[in-house]
Design a protein around this ligand. Structure first.
Ligand code: PLP
Length: 456
């Protein structure tokens, strides 16, 4: 791609002078300038290519600069750039149809569009509270739901702690995570049964008649890509049905191809029985790969009926923005036509999974490898027997040094990784080729060798 290398230093200097960055102490930042992007690759300020195994913030599912999506945005921009939410618009109507057609079951037939994931969560919870007339929301530890007021309280990772003011109505519980079981389980079956018993006990102790919704990332993403054991989500559905609670599936990261399916709920369908479907699904990221900000809530029949006569008390100036929706139409169409979901599933099963298992055999520091599609976590440990994390939960400064060293070793070799706490996530675009996946994993292998040799 054309790179603006002459401007790179100025970009960096202006950023440091005027841009305030997310989740960071501002003084110590040294952001990498990105001067170009194409497919699975980005180019830095010196014109060096890096293989993007982070998909930015796990959102460029279709890769960078997909020509059909760029064209879709350009064509929409030439027609009409913006339309207020109360009017109808072709791009929005078409995006809603394409999303509904891919939703699990046959009852998620309406979409409320937002500008991103956190707003989708806010609105899903608002709908659930109004629909049930109940206040509380149950969410799991080790989760991320966004940074807005309700979403950050629902988040079960340390980003919640400094924002935990007025957390009324949110109760956290432990979800299934066999590798670090909260229930002393040693198999997935035990973990599943005990996690469901625990959830039901929490429901009973909190008072079922006070609980509007159980909100779960279908596969918790940033928190560690803990694929739930078979039967867990069906069990959650049963608990919700037993107590009149809504199940909200947060598919912001897990949806639109990341796990090798349109929606990750698809992986957990019970054999026999009806289709497993949540009452509300939140989505964002992969719906249009973040080319223009977009998120939303898929709404089932009963919740929709609540608002048939009664006005829904929520709205956004940019709900269903034409440029964002045109990007979604182009993205979903290209993902369908080009078999991109299938590619993600195949690369995960045939390349990433087996190669990561090899790396685990070679590097003692890898305690567990888990995932599916292009959604994988390596859990790094000091000791395989004790499973002590390589860096403590929420480590910063010197305590986080080994993970920072690993990022440095990857970038030096031309690989842009995604790391969180003691985990490295392998989350390339769904379009990643077999050759790119193999190259990235070889670079990771080398980087691990270098960093492990420096650990005491
Ligand atoms: N939910 C999940 C599962 C996410 O991974 C994220 C973002 O990473 C969000 C919600 C928040 O989305 P956004 O950053 O678009 O507000």
């Amino acid at each position: 791609p054309p790179l603006d290398l002459d401007g790179a230093q100025r970009t960096h200097d202006l950023d440091r002078a005027h841009v305030f960055h997310s989740w960071s102490a501002q003084g110590a930042l040294d952001p990498m300038v990105i001067t170009g992007a194409q497919g699975s690759w980005i180019w830095d300020g010196s014109g060096r290519p890096l293989l993007d195994f982070s998909s930015q913030l796990v959102n460029t599912n279709i890769g960078h600069q997909h020509p059909a999506v760029v064209r879709g945005i350009q064509e929409q921009a030439a027609k009409i750039c913006t339309v207020a939410p109360q009017h109808a618009n072709a791009a929005r109507s078409e995006a809603a149809r394409l999303i509904v057609e891919r939703a699990p079951g046959d009852d998620l037939n309406h979409v409320f569009f937002t500008n991103g994931g956190a707003e989708a969560i806010e609105n899903a919870v608002r709908m659930a509270r109004l629909h049930t007339g109940r206040r509380k929301v149950l969410t799991r530890y080790r989760s991320y739901h966004g940074h807005t007021q309700a979403a950050i309280h629902m988040t079960g990772d340390p980003r919640r702690w400094p924002n935990d003011t007025g957390a009324e109505g949110v109760v956290h519980f432990f979800g299934p995570y066999t590798y670090r079981s909260a229930f002393h389980a040693s198999t997935d079956d035990e973990e599943c049964a005990r996690a469901l018993e625990h959830l039901e006990a929490v429901v009973q102790m909190e008072g079922p008649a006070t609980i509007a919704a159980i909100v779960l990332e279908t596969i918790p993403g940033t928190a560690g890509i803990m694929v739930p054991p078979p039967g867990y989500l069906a069990g959650v559905r049963e608990i919700c049905d037993r107590y009149g609670i809504l199940w909200i599936a947060d598919e912001v990261m897990a949806g639109f191809g990341r796990s090798g399916a349109w929606f990750s709920v698809e992986h957990f369908q019970a054999t026999g029985g009806g289709t497993l479907a949540p009452d509300l699904i939140t989505f964002a990221k992969g719906v249009n790969s973040g080319y223009v900000p977009l998120g939303g809530v898929l709404i089932n029949g009963p919740v929709y009926e609540t608002f048939r006569e009664r006005p829904y008390p929520g709205g956004l100036t940019y709900s269903g923005h034409p440029l964002a929706c045109a990007a979604a139409v182009a993205t979903i169409t290209a993902m369908t036509d080009e078999g991109i979901i299938e590619n993600a599933a195949r690369i995960g099963a045939e390349v990433i999974g087996p190669r990561l298992a090899e790396l685990q055999g070679k590097h003692e520091v890898i305690g567990e490898v888990r995932g599916l599609g292009v959604f994988w976590a390596l859990e790094l440990v000091k000791d395989r027997a004790t499973r002590e994390p390589l860096v403590p939960y929420n480590a910063s400064g010197a305590a986080a040094a080994p993970m920072n060293a690993l990022v440095g070793a990857c970038k030096k070799r031309g690989l842009l990784p995604f790391v969180n706490m003691n985990r490295l996530h392998v989350v390339p675009p769904c379009t990643v080729t077999e050759g790119e996946a193999r190259l990235g994993l070889d670079l990771l292998d080398d980087a691990l060798t270098e960093v492990v040799s420096t650990l005491s």
